[in-house]
Design a protein around this ligand. Sequence first.
Ligand code: FAD
Length: 280
Amino acid sequence: MENPYIVEPAAITSIRQETDETKTYTLKFVERERTLQFTPGQFNMISLLGVGEGAFSITSSPLQKDDFEHTIRLVGNLTRAIDRLAQGDIVGVRGPYGTGWPIDSAKGKDIFIIAGGVGLAPLRGLINLIIERRNDFGVVEIMYGSRKPDELVFTSEYDKWRAAPNISLFLTVDEVPEGFEWTHGRGVVTNLLGLSKIDPANALAFVCGPEIMMRFVARSLTIRGLAEENIFVSLERRMECGMAKCGRCMLGRAYICTDGPVFSYPEVRSLPQNLLAASF
Ligand SMILES: Cc1cc2nc3c(=O)[nH]c(=O)nc-3n(C[C@H](O)[C@H](O)[C@H](O)COP(=O)(O)OP(=O)(O)OC[C@H]3O[C@@H](n4cnc5c(N)ncnc54)[C@H](O)[C@@H]3O)c2cc1C
């Protein structure tokens, strides 16, 4: 990153509706040819003049050089305003910020990728990077859960993921509407671990979703024999500056924006508030 304070205009070049409340935006810097150099798991601060600014994970693969993507769920003021934007509209972008998934430590290893809801956003770039560098990694199992089938994101890519060698995609939802044809799992995402063929002794896990979900996933993975230091989670905390200046996202001495958002499980356990520390 050249100057972390500079907000650069980026144009929306396409919009894909993922669910009723979630869209994926493809963005391209307008004022100069600039490639966003990042590691999957990092985030940008996206702003709209007169509305506000928020943290959003970069969801495209870093090998996609001409543009980059964000998947944004409508929850409040800023995301409502972003939801009203159209192709050709401009947003402000600064970043990338934060830590990414430790991809180099995953070389030669099997990988669990476990997500809930829009928590798949920071992992999608990692999945697509793994597919592009397939020989660098072992078996990959993607386990993804949402509340309902129509809340799953990136459905248009599932066939590509399934077609990649040694990658399995397991889906589960909490509820299936009556009459809806659903051939995948039902219930919480941890149920999917029963389908795993990965040997936890040579594996890493990358996990993102609601904190309660990450807590139970981490617990189930350690019970299966995955070492705590091989479990990585991404924490979402409200943040303002993204640069460890304002203190908005601090937990104890940790700035979630720069020490995270990706942390190893032992790092998270050492934070105050006992985050993810289930009673086990
Ligand atoms: C590192 C990081 C990465 C993120 N990546 C994504 C992403 O890829 N896609 C995406 O849709 N969202 C992502 N978020 C969340 C996103 O930043 C917020 O949803 C957004 O800023 C909300 O802005 P708003 O003005 O629309 O909502 P507000 O009007 O500010 O809030 C609406 C509601 O959402 C809650 N909320 C807002 N921000 C957060 C937050 N950070 N954590 C928990 N609850 C919150 C508020 O408490 C409130 O209930 C990420 C957050 C972080 C910290």
